[in-house]
Design a protein around this ligand. Structure first.
Ligand code: F6R
Length: 612
């Protein structure tokens, strides 16, 4: 999705802005642009295409200003073209704006502005913003900073939708104005300089102190001062938060791709996510929550709501919640949940899982659950992200920045944290089960079990070569293994563009088996001893029909021969996806590499899906 960077300080802004945009490339985009404040006013350089192409535009060398805004665009309204790229200017070319998000009522606002003599160059929703600011600024007839702030505030009150906006204006050459609603924006505080970004990693090399703007908070930045206001322009106080992520975690280091690096970072991400939450022979420590036995007994239903991979993490832990806590648990896709009028009540507990914490559907689903009076927990990897601001309680995975579009370490860390949460509920409810102690012990051991898988990946690499020409693949498992099959199939399709489907192994016979023919790959996952015989039978059925099979297991395979078997360590079937997913992540990765694709930035996808 779109990315935003801003700089105000003593240095030339252009290289800092370009560097920040390059760091945001992973979000996915189709055009890029910057605007700096020069002695004779705002200058913009923008184009359809990569950030690096901006450097080929001669005008960029003339940008000397020390104040600037920048943007990578992921087209929503209007095709990717130079004109539709941000920044956008008002008709008088005095106000420049970059914007993330969507203005839902832009057609109405455009009509209003046209009726007042304004013209539009682009097909974007964004272009209404600088023009509306200009309209109110002229109408106010007050050329002070207060007059300009009133114009911004009135504009914002007119906008429907989501936005993170940076504004420059020729009358305030040493200032930058930013405001957000439902779209991420952080302010990095430096010494004699300040930074803006939509994501922390883009400016992590400059500062660790960040102000996290809440909805409708407006900031006026100067190089050595930041003032915050609410929408009624009353001053508010904010304190910066210190972020502990280090820069190296946002760099590729010796790895070819972020995805591979992040796969290998999983043991560390899990250890950090566990932190002091599990100690041998002690109850789970979740300081962030204050739930009592009585409260947990009063819950009518748990909903885990998320999108994509994060939703798969939810599916993986339903078994713990239902079997040990005896609370009915539904796992929902956020974009469905928000429109299906779910039976959420004030006795429901709704858990929202999002790596970025900025996924538009997940945020909307959370707001819906709150409006129905449910208690809400956010599980996120990003401190201060929108879902954590919105929820009653927040729990963080500590996976470090995840840059590759295909989620890997966030998924395994989410399952770890959700499993910890489930055990915490069970312990608070007074459930005493040996298996719970075993799961706790195994969570502590799982990082080294992943390290074992990562030590030798040669068999996976060889099998990947056999799959590169394929058009279809199937992933099957039963019980918890069917949830990891979903994640494996998603990984494959998103980065290798091979069509892949996941099935509960028992469902194959009800239709999909018609697609099995000579050479089609079927990936089977078997970690549950109670279900393995069944899955083995289902795999035999596809072998008979010519499929080649890739199996991830820690079970005895009863003398059945498969084309490739990746052995993983013993692990409780309550948390096995944390381990069994790793060969599937690697399989997708190696296929994508073999095909020469851009592993980290697959086509049409964005890291953070901040629009519906
Ligand atoms: C797939 C993937 C996506 C995300 C989904 C939710 O590899 O990364 O399916 O899991 O877009 O994103 P978050 O967790 O940021 O809400």
């Amino acid at each position: 999705m779109c990315g935003i960077v801003g700089y105000i300080g003593k240095k030339k802004a252009e290289p800092i802005l370009i560097n920040g945009l390059l760091r945001l490339e992973y979000r996915g985009y189709d055009s890029a642009g910057i605007a700096t404040m020069e002695e004779d006013g705002i200058k913009t350089v923008k184009n359809k295409g990569r950030v690096a192409c901006l450097l080929d535009i001669p005008e960029i060398d003339k940008l000397e200003g020390t104040v600037g805004i920048a943007h990578t665009r992921w087209a929503t309204h209007g095709k990717p073209t130079d004109i539709n790229s941000h920044p956008h200017l008002d008709n008088k070319k005095t106000t420049a704006v970059v914007h993330n998000g969507i203005i839902e009522n832009y057609i109405e606002l455009k009509e209003f502005l046209k009726n007042n003599g304004y013209e539009f160059l682009s097909q974007t929703d964004t272009e209404v913003i600088p023009n509306l600011i200009n309209y109110y600024y002229e109408k106010e007839n007050d050329k002070t900073e207060n007059g300009f702030l009133r114009a911004i505030s009135k504009t914002i009150k007119d906008l429907k939708g989501s936005f993170a906006i940076e504004v420059l204006n020729n009358d305030f050459k040493d200032k930058m104005f930013v405001i957000r609603k439902d779209s991420p924006l952080v302010i990095g505080k430096g010494e004699g300089e300040n930074y803006i970004s939509s994501d922390i990693p883009a400016i992590l090399s400059f500062t660790r102190d960040f102000y996290l703007l809440e909805d409708y908070e407006l900031a006026v930045l100067e190089k050595d001062n930041i003032e915050f206001y609410n929408l009624d322009l009353q001053k508010i106080e904010k304190t910066p938060k210190n972020i502990t992520w280090d820069m190296s975690s946002a760099e590729k280091g010796d790895y070819d791709d972020f995805m591979l690096k992040e796969i290998y970072e999983q043991p560390k991400a899990i250890r950090e996510t566990i932190g002091a939450r599990i100690t041998k022979n002690q109850k789970i420590n979740l300081d962030e929550l204050d739930f009592t036995k009585e409260y947990l007994e009063s819950i009518d239903r748990i909903y885990i709501v998320a999108c994509g991979t994060a939703m798969h993490a939810g599916l993986a832990v339903r078994k713990i919640l239902e079997e040990f806590c005896k609370i009915q648990t539904e796992v929902d896709i956020a974009s469905e949940f928000r429109y299906r009028n779910p039976l959420v009540t004030k006795n429901s507990l709704c858990i929202f899982v999002s790596q970025s914490g900025e996924t538009a559907d997940t945020i909307a689903a959370l707001k819906l659950a709150k409006s129905k009076g449910a208690k809400t927990i956010a599980i996120s990897n990003v401190i201060g992200s929108s879902i954590t601001n919105e929820a009653d309680y927040s729990l963080y995975t500590h996976a470090g920045p995840e840059i590759a579009v295909a989620s890997t370490k966030a998924y395994t860390s989410q399952i770890v944290l959700l499993a910890i949460l489930g055990i915490y509920f069970a312990e608070t409810l007074g459930v005493v089960e040996k298996e719970l102690e075993k799961i706790k012990e195994e969570l502590l051991q799982v990082p080294s079990k992943i390290e074992d898988v990562l030590k030798d990946t040669s068999k996976i690499k060889v099998f990947a070569q056999k799959m590169i020409k394929e058009k279809n693949a199937f992933y099957v498992g039963r019980g918890i293994d069917s949830t990891v099959a979903m994640e494996g199939a998603l990984k494959l399709k998103e980065i290798s563009y091979i069509h892949s489907e996941s099935y509960s192994a028992g469902e194959l016979k009800h239709g999909a088996i018609a697609l099995i023919e000579n050479g089609v790959t079927v990936v089977g996952i078997m970690t549950d001893p109670d279900l393995k015989h069944k899955t083995i039978s289902n795999l035999q059925e596809v072998i008979t029909r010519g499929a080649k099979t890739f199996v991830v297991t820690n079970q005895d395979l009863e003398n059945v021969t498969f084309d490739e078997v990746i052995r993983i360590d013993e692990i409780s079937p309550y948390i096995s996806p944390i381990l069994s997913v790793v060969p599937l992540q690697l399989l997708a990765y190696y296929i994508s590499k073999e095909k020469g694709l851009d592993v980290d930035k697959p086509r049409n996808l964005a890291k953070s899906v901040t629009v519906e």
